[in-house]
Design a protein around this ligand. Sequence first.
Ligand code: FAD
Length: 421
Amino acid sequence: MTAETPRPGSRRLLIAGGGLPSLALALALKQAHGPALAVTVIDPGRADPGRHRGRAYALAAGGRRMLDRLGLWPRVAEAAEPITEMVISDSRLADPVRPVFLTFGREAEDDRDPGEPFAHMIEAEPLAEALAEACRGAGVSIVAAGVVRAVPEGAAIGAVLTTGETLRGDLLVAADGARSRLREAARIGWVGWSYPQVGIVATIGHARPHGGRAVEHFLPAGPFAILPLRDGGPLGHRSSIVWTERSDDAEALLSGGPDEVLAEIERRFTLDLGTLALEHGPSRHPLAFGIARAFRAERLALLGDAAHVIHPIAGQGLNLGLADAAALAEAVTEALRLGLDPGGPDVLRAYERARRFDSFAMAAATDGLNRLFSNDALPLRLARDLGLGIVDRLPGLKRFFIGEAAAARGSRPRLLRGEAL
Ligand SMILES: Cc1cc2nc3c(=O)[nH]c(=O)nc-3n(C[C@H](O)[C@H](O)[C@H](O)COP(=O)(O)OP(=O)(O)OC[C@H]3O[C@@H](n4cnc5c(N)ncnc54)[C@H](O)[C@@H]3O)c2cc1C
């Protein structure tokens, strides 16, 4: 599809990158403003849902409310499994028993509606498919190209594409992932480092039901999480594995065939879910920490992993990106309703104010948790055993795990509260 030509007098938003938070932003703004706002998503892979095959994410309650408000939840609920309980243990690989230090999920939380799960595991491919289809249906243009650079031109910004074409808009959103070319080109600083760990993702089938329980074992090499998926597959039940290993060891652990990989998973597993089978994966993902020194430049907003990259220990990266999308959609909407420039400095400042502290708080918390748990030093082990006992008694800290770390529900963007823009 080529980019929609904005009608005379209407505004135009350009989004570089077609990941899940970008598509949610595009859909939210197109639904709210119709022909008054042309929305163009530019991605070399045309936001292809196939890129997400075999991935599943923990979607916090705010993200689910946002999908519901956008009319998407009924379309993707079939691909989502509520997490009813989260159980966290801390042990060594060879320990015969994994002592549980923290359990939560069933108790009532002030911020949640009665009976609302704190998170769902949602399969990313059907979610991306539903988002892309809804975007097309609403009139969002999806262009198959990369954005090479951005050229602010006073009252507009130009996005120079790999095709040689230049698109012009009022605002360009750089949602081009962790290695954002646009962030670098805009000379926005980045504080970050790589972890000496990789994330290994797989889908396993099992003969017994998981009962909606998510389990995370904090092992010395990093967390090993077993996350419930919707029933299906040859064995009837399925879970997603997100397994962090030292980079140096991952190669050897994954060098065997599916049986050897499954045996390694079983060594870490401990749940009694009956016969296990490897249904998808394993895939490997480099892990890093990073946060942009600013979330904006002239007519440019950073969004999603382009703005912040965090360790998957608490499964919150996508949730942060959806919160960015909700906050930016709100700031742009407020400007448009007042007849103001949607790419002006006030809009970008409001967006940055809404998101930077929240993102930094989550990034710092996940980094701290990873450092505290991914090692085997005895004093640290004692300290964290004590620490987890404290965490269990302080519902505020549990919020890091349920994706509601920094902001109380009342101050969160409207879409995350399930309200219209
Ligand atoms: C192992 C692992 C497990 C995770 N589990 C969870 C979880 O349970 N819950 C959760 O909330 N998060 C989780 N995350 C984090 C989540 O995957 C990311 O935060 C999220 O996918 C980021 O989306 P994004 O759109 O910002 O970036 P990406 O998904 O990287 O998308 C960037 C897009 O930009 C495009 N692009 C690149 N360059 C250009 C360019 N020059 N021009 C135009 N387009 C461009 C790419 O083609 C791509 O489509 C996990 C991450 C890992 C590694």
